[in-house]
Design a protein around this ligand. Structure first.
Ligand code: ITT
Length: 209
């Protein structure tokens, strides 16, 4: 178990396995869903569960595949999310390839460098981008629901800030004049694509309870 439900709310209604191996992503999910009457389990409790191949053409397809596969194999309810960055000047790349934009196993720094290079010479007003997140909930018999969220910003001229992960150092919010990596978790968790998707997730889950 990675977290008991908040002590101020009623005892957990059910267990849900969080189907992500990305620790930073999981921390954000747990923080945003803090008050749900759910006991969240981590994948490390189930070492025999395989890595699910993310070969879908959309974030939704990948989130559904991850959640339904892991739910069928574990016998549990599973939430899984797929997320990434779409850059308008690059025809919505890297999109579903965000994690491996600079190649299989690429580091966040390598992905960010490739992105900044691809945008060299593109002026600020044309550096518009959208972070997208799809979150799916499944039970062993199949999908329960899938929801989406997004967050718009600009790609900065250079990486700035040390919080977060992935493309956070280059994702710039003009209203704040800062990147997500400069803003830190409190503000990111108010605005992000993941937050928007998880708000809908929360509403739908509470309807089910
Ligand atoms: P799981 O599949 O195990 O959940 P992952 O890191 O491989 O973990 P994705 O396949 O969904 O996750 O890839 C998402 C990539 O998109 C991630 O590696 C980042 O590069 C980027 N990304 C998604 N959300 C982000 C965020 O909030 N901040 C910065 N980058 C983000």
């Amino acid at each position: 178990m990675i977290r008991k439900a908040d002590a101020r709310v009623s005892s957990p209604v059910r267990q849900i396995l969080i189907g992500t191996r990305n620790i930073k992503k999981r921390e954000e999910i747990l923080e945003i869903l803090r008050e749900l009457p759910v006991e969240f389990l981590g994948l490390e409790r189930f070492p025999s569960l395989p890595e699910v191949l993310e070969d879908g053409h959309s974030f939704q397809e990948n989130a559904i595949k991850k959640a339904t596969t892991l739910a069928r194999l574990s016998g549990l309810w599973v939430m899984a999310e797929d997320s990434g960055l779409e850059v308008d000047a690059l025809g919505k790349e890297p999109g579903v390839f965000s994690a491996r934009y600079a190649g299989e196993g690429a580091t966040y720094e390598e992905n960010n460098s490739k992105l900044l290079k691809a945008l060299e010479g593109v002026p600020t007003p044309r550096r518009t981008a959208t972070f997208r997140c799809a979150v799916a909930l499944a039970r062993p018999e199949g999908l329960i629901f899938v929801v989406e969220g997004s967050c718009k910003g600009l790609i900065a001229q250079e990486p700035r800030g040390r919080h977060g992960f992935g493309y956070d150092p280059v994702f710039y919010l003009p209203e704040y004049k800062k990147t997500f990596a400069e803003l830190g978790p409190e503000i990111k968790n108010r605005l992000s694509h993941r937050t928007q998707a998880l708000k809908r997730f929360k509403e739908k889950l509470l309807e089910l309870f």
